[in-house]
Design a protein around this ligand. Structure first.
Ligand code: HEC
Ligand code: HEC
Ligand code: HEC
Ligand code: HEC
Length: 179
């Protein structure tokens, strides 16, 4: 009997050790939380729009919603009205669609959280990249067809320069990319 008692002592760790373990776990959890905030999923949006559902599963063309990407500097985000081309008929009573409907009825644009941007002093236009360079959206934005909430890619100048070198595109900084 004494043996059993030794093999499984009643109090294997004193409470101070338990506290130490607990403190370490808390610190580790906080570290993970602050330094690796959910990497595989982007910021929460006012309406939970999913690119995976629309561009992935339902295969809706990017350009249907981002209509200016071929012709102008900005790709543009779809107006609220565009959602209701479909959602007047498709799942019109879904809670998120009802939320979207409030923006429609209030004639307010949805305040989508901006995800991709370059600094003010950088000149970037979609049009030459799509029309002339024939670059794929995924090359710069990642595979958005698999993402529910888009994640940011932090554009570094090297990213632009490397591709320009590979494609013999312009490398003249001030006439070219910087204002
Ligand atoms: C049914 C409409 C729809 C389709 C189709 C669609 N998008 Fe979007 N896109 C949106 C909406 C709405 C937003 C704003 C909300 C968000 O960021 O998720 C957005 C945002 C984005 C953004 C981020 C803009 C920012 O804030 O910086 C990128 C990049 C993007 N879309 C690329 C694509 C690509 C690439 C495709 C095709 C593979 C595509 N989208 C297809 C509606 C659409
Ligand atoms: C070309 C048609 C089309 C357009 C435009 C469209 N959707 Fe959808 N949407 C769909 C389809 C199809 C589904 C899938 C419905 C289902 O699961 O039965 C869907 C599903 C959804 C869902 C539910 C997704 C989920 O998680 O199950 C939401 C929310 C949504 N759409 C929001 C939007 C918003 C916001 C816009 C405008 C920026 C938009 N949709 C534009 C076709 C469209
Ligand atoms: C060569 C890289 C590159 C390619 C290719 C590219 N984008 Fe972008 N995109 C960017 C950059 C850089 C920004 C940020 C621009 C800014 O801050 O003004 C951006 C911003 C956006 C935005 C948000 C704001 C806006 O309206 O400009 C959307 C939406 C978008 N891109 C959609 C697309 C779609 C759809 C495609 C493919 C048809 C595409 N992009 C192809 C680099 C690219
Ligand atoms: C996929 C490769 C690729 C990437 C990534 C890329 N570019 Fe380009 N870029 C090109 C090519 C190719 C051209 C030449 C297009 C032409 O004129 O035929 C070009 C042209 C340009 C031009 C000249 C056309 C204009 O708008 O006046 C500017 C400026 C530019 N890129 C800026 C940028 C910036 C800033 C970035 C990074 C955010 C970037 N590019 C990322 C391939 C790329």
């Amino acid at each position: 009997m004494a043996e059993g008692k030794d093999a499984f002592p009643k109090n294997p760790l004193s409470w101070t050790r338990w506290l130490t373990v607990l403190a370490l776990l808390t610190v580790a959890a906080m570290y993970l939380y602050f330094f690796f905030p959910a990497r595989d999923i982007g910021p929460r949006q006012p309406v939970s729009f999913s690119h995976r559902v629309h561009a992935g599963v339902k295969q809706i063309e990017c350009r249907f919603c981002h209509s200016y990407v071929e012709r102008s500097m900005h790709a543009g985000l779809p107006e609220v009205e565009k959602c209701f081309f479909c959602h007047n008929h498709i799942i019109p009573t879904h809670p998120e669609i009802l939320k979207e409907k409030q923006y429609l009825e209030g004639k307010r644009p949805v305040p989508w959280v901006r995800i991709f941007f370059v600094p003010d002093f950088v000149k970037f236009r979609h049009q030459p990249h799509i029309q002339w360079a024939k670059a794929d959206c995924a090359k710069c934005h990642g595979d958005v067809r698999t993402m529910d909430r888009l994640i940011n890619v932090n554009f570094q100048m090297k990213f632009c320069i490397d591709c320009h070198k590979q494609n013999n595109a312009q490398l003249d900084c001030y006439l070219g990319c910087h204002h």
